[in-house]
Design a binder for this molecule. Structure first.
Ligand code: 48N
Length: 309
């Protein structure tokens, strides 16, 4: 078998950037005085607590009925939230993320290295977000995965119809009898603080909360404490015969399989990203993220199709 040709790519020039002249500190109000004593506007502890509690619990109360719930704020879930939230500003989209820090596996490239590889044509999404990259012909490289994820996060959270509830776990699905199909339909999610969800074995029952929505999008990934959460729950709830279990790494088979497999896997439940590899038994792609982006975008269009049907 002919050896695989590895084309040498020149290392980008490491010329130091010319240091910009520092701009002088601006004094912009009566409290700011870097030369003397810096003063803050007065506040009470109660004001701070009430500012958080009022907003958080008003949002929680409002989002108990959402139009779309996205489980998981990794690269697939966030790409979906951004595309759906910006395409359909009329939809109330609620993202539930178990970790304190959203972003999932997209803070690094592969093996803790920071550059992120994205195969064309998924680079189009980077231009939509305004993320810079180096063009290598049939793929592009973002200099640091965090540049992609933080840009995507900030643009998504800036959308007025998108709410992120992090440090919150989906620990079950709401599954209703569906009179139309005589079957069952996913109709929402069961949530709890993640620290509670991870400690059910240490206390007697700590009951959860609920969020109902006609469309649920699951993007819970293939690993991590709750990886492939919905795929596993569909099996135990009798809505999926068995898990397909993720196959070995093959970039050229894995990425199209994930994107083309993005779909409504159970009535009311769309699946996107690497969770699909566990649901369908498709290959993994390793450290290339174009399929996460394209799958998330496709899940957004699937949600619109279901919502408008
Ligand atoms: O980043 P992930 O794990 O998942 P994806 O599908 O968005 O992106 C996957 C991608 O990072 C890869 O795995 C790359 C391409 N490598 C492939 C390979 O071959 O190794 O994000 C999932 C998010 C995480 O932030 C979890 O914390 C969260 O989902 N999550 C949940 N959030 C709330 N409730 C749950 N039950 C839950 N389960 C997972």
């Amino acid at each position: 078998m002919a050896p695989v040709a590895v084309t040498e790519t020149p290392t980008p020039s490491l010329q130091p950037k010319i240091q910009q002249a520092a701009t002088p500190l601006q004094k912009d109000d009566t409290y700011e005085n870097y030369e003397g004593s810096y003063k803050f506007a007065p506040i009470t502890e109660a004001e701070v607590s009430r500012a958080m509690i009022k907003r958080y619990f008003n949002t929680m109360y409002d989002r108990v009925i959402s139009d779309v719930v996205i489980i998981g704020a990794g690269s697939a879930g966030l790409s979906c939230a951004y595309k759906l939230g910006s395409t359909r500003p009329d939809l109330k989209i609620t993202i539930i993320e178990a970790n304190v820090a959203p972003g999932g596996g997209a803070w690094l490239g592969g093996q803790l290295m920071t550059p992120m590889v994205i195969r064309k044509p998924a680079d189009r999404f980077l231009r939509e977000l305004g993320v810079e990259y180096e063009d290598e012909g049939h793929y592009v490289v973002v200099k640091h995965a965090a540049l992609f994820t933080s840009t995507l996060l900030s643009k998504t959270l800036a959308l007025p119809n998108v709410v992120l509830m992090n440090a919150t776990a989906v620990e079950d699905l709401i599954i209703h009898a569906d009179p139309k199909s005589q079957g069952q339909r996913v109709g929402g999610v069961v949530t709890n603080w993640t620290l509670v969800a991870l400690n059910h074995d240490t206390q007697s029952c700590m009951d959860p909360n609920t969020i109902t929505a006609p469309v649920i999008i699951s993007a819970t990934g293939h690993d991590g404490p709750m990886g492939a959460f919905s795929a596993k729950r569909l099996v135990s709830a009798g809505l999926l015969k068995e898990l397909g279990n993720m196959r070995g790494l093959d970039m050229n088979r894995a990425e199209p399989a994930i994107v083309n497999g993005t779909r409504e896997v159970a009535p009311g439940l769309i699946m996107t990203g690497m969770e699909l590899s566990e649901h369908d038994g498709s290959n993994r792609m390793g450290p290339t993220f174009g399929a996460m982006i394209a799958s998330g975008v496709k899940a957004a269009y699937e949600a619109i199709r279901i919502w408008d049907s």
